[in-house]
Design a protein around this ligand. Sequence first.
Ligand SMILES: [Mg+2]
Length: 209
Amino acid sequence: MAEAVTVDAFVRWLKHFAETVHDSAGHLTQLDSAIGDADHGTNMDRGLKAVVGVLDTNGFDSPDALFKKVGMTLVSTVGGASGPLYGTFFLRFGSALQGVESIGSKELGKAFRAGVDGIVARGKAELEDKTMYDAWAPALEAFDQAAADGLAAALSAAASAAAEGRDATTDLLARKGRASYLGERSVGHQDPGATSTTMLLESAAATLV
Ligand SMILES: [Mg+2]
């Protein structure tokens, strides 16, 4: 077994994501100001700062302990829809890794899917509703298709597919969340949630292998 994701690698992933969101907070908020309530960047930045604080002051001996704490921190610090959605993702993601001895591409793929199932259960989003799910769904599919080629290939494929899904949200009419109140006026704007989701997957590709 050449490759297995460690708790340390997961911590690097979360810190990389926090840094990316911090650097892009203005951009995320700008996207959210076009079709939402202009708080996605500041909300996510606040929550992920709290996560980094937790990572810096606690040690974790298992992925499920780590992600349980991360998920609960996000739920309690990020307002709007994003906190519960990202929080649920990490809680389910961690639960799926409970007791897993060696985390390779197959195990990670299952965990991603469990996390996204949690997002869908909570947000009730379907494909092309112009939400973060439009980045997640193609990412999961690409990950699974490349999983046999190893972790690096699967993560890189997932990040690219997420970016394509994110870009495709621009032309969509929003059918979920605050953006849906805008109707036709939501067309022509990239979805902020799909944008931060792509950052999460790009961070994964940069840190987990
Ligand atoms: Mg918002």
